[in-house]
Ligand binder design. Structure first.
Ligand code: V47
Ligand code: SF4
Length: 375
């Protein structure tokens, strides 16, 4: 295949073969000139080197404390402004504990807690929530709150990022999800989410978490008004921070969905563009151990396809309380998959399913088992 390639693309293929890092300029060339077949095969090479044919998933459930939000991101189909809060929901600690208790006796390993930014839900409220969950089920991993929520709650409580995070870690916080990153570059950020935490604030919160010993994920909301240069700038800032701390587990590109939000006139990306993005992210983000395709947003079949474009993780079995995507018009209006279905989905794509915990410790390696799935 290489004989039709330009010298520049050949040199990128050589770097990937040698395990060398590609530059921002290389990355731009891949976005502009790399065919889906070319970037896909390079990404797959990296993925196989890192994880063989393994594909990870976990058993988790989501809690969304509120959809009331003081911010007004243009792409958000989910939040109800504080002024219109009669259209929203707000859960008490007791109600959220009740949601946790619904999983008693079910072998979930993680609860993912994230929602809007409600001015009345403060640091004290969330500290009590985490402590109540830990008191009920100490071994359950709590992955909670995005940098957007932290930035607001710490400023309101007048504590430093370090003090605030330490308080929540002491109450039971185990890791931080990747949301709120969107596109870091101010040219785009000012147009799509001007009023929430900026790039420096987001990166400081994740850096501080890593320094305090807890890992995190990172996302990128792509496929709207950003240009390739903005995607590369975003990924470069994350790759640089990862060089310093090593605290990121997973990079999660999130495809912009345009239903019922202020950006509904912006066209969505094509499947080919999505797959090219996954592949290029796998090639560029060489220090991120994992690349996740979030299946509720992408849809099951597209998530299967992504497994041949560098993706090694498809998140988890979640229940239908996750609304941020279904409300934005994602493929999955009722995103629930049993473990058995997830295992089948991965096997159908010719890969080996492995159940992991949040930190990628292996819980159950299905590659060595036939069809039976323990519930
Ligand atoms: O930051 C909001 C995105 C994110 C839309 O860390 C939208 O494991 C597409 O970060 N179209 C929150 N995306 C969710 C998130 C996440 C999800 C799954 C796993 C993890 C993890 C993190 O949802 C927001 C924003 O980027 N989002 N609206 C939309 N219309
Ligand atoms: Fe609020 Fe998050 Fe929606 Fe932005 S994306 S308006 S911060 S809920």
């Amino acid at each position: 295949m290489n004989h039709t390639l330009s010298p520049e693309l050949k040199s990128i293929a050589q770097k990937v073969e040698n395990g060398d890092r590609i530059t921002d300029q290389d990355c731009l060339l891949l976005f502009e000139k790399g065919s889906i077949g070319f970037v896909g095969s390079l990404a797959n090479q990296i993925k196989e080197r890192l994880h063989g044919d393994k594909v990870f998933f976990n058993r988790n459930f989501h809690i969304e404390p509120t959809n009331v939000c003081v911010f007004s991101c243009q792409f958000c189909s989910y939040s109800r402004l504080y002024a219109n809060r009669e259209e929203g929901w707000e859960l008490s600690i007791e109600q959220m504990l009740h949601l946790v208790k619904r999983y008693d006796g079910i072998p979930v390993t993680e609860v993912h807690i994230v929602g809007g930014v409600h001015p009345k839900m403060n640091l004290k409220f969330f500290r009590e929530l985490l402590a109540a969950i830990k008191a009920h089920r100490p071994e359950l991993h709590i992955k909670a709150f995005t940098a957007v929520e932290y930035d607001y709650m710490f400023r309101k409580a007048n504590v430093s990022v370090k003090e605030g995070l330490q308080e929540l870690i002491d109450a039971g916080l185990n890791s931080i999800p990747g949301g709120g990153a969107e596109i870091f570059h101010p040219e785009i950020r000012e147009q799509i989410c001007a009023d929430k935490v900026d790039a420096a604030g987001w990166l400081t919160i994740h850096k501080t978490a890593h320094e305090l010993g807890i890992p995190s994920n990172a996302t990128m909301l792509y496929g709207h008004i950003e240009k390739y240069e903005h995607r590369i700038d975003h990924m470069r800032r994350l790759r640089d921070l990862q060089d310093q701390t090593g605290g990121f587990n997973t990079f999660i590109p999130l495809k912009f969905r345009n239903k019922d939000n202020d950006m509904h006139t912006v066209a969505e990306t094509t499947l080919i563009e999505d797959m090219r993005l996954y592949a290029i992210a796998r090639i560029y983000m060489d220090n991120f151990p994992h690349l996740k395709a979030y299946w509720p947003m992408l849809g099951r079949q597209n998530a299967q396809l992504a497994l041949s474009f560098g993706v090694d993780d498809i998140d988890g079995t979640i229940d239908d309380s996750t609304k941020i995507y279904s409300m934005a018009g994602s493929e999955e209006q009722n995103p629930t998959l049993t473990t058995e279905q997830l295992v089948q989905l991965i096997r159908q794509a010719g890969k080996s399913p492995v159940e992991r915990d949040t930190l990628y410790n292996v819980i159950n390696d299905f590659s060595t088992q036939e069809d039976s799935v323990a519930h």
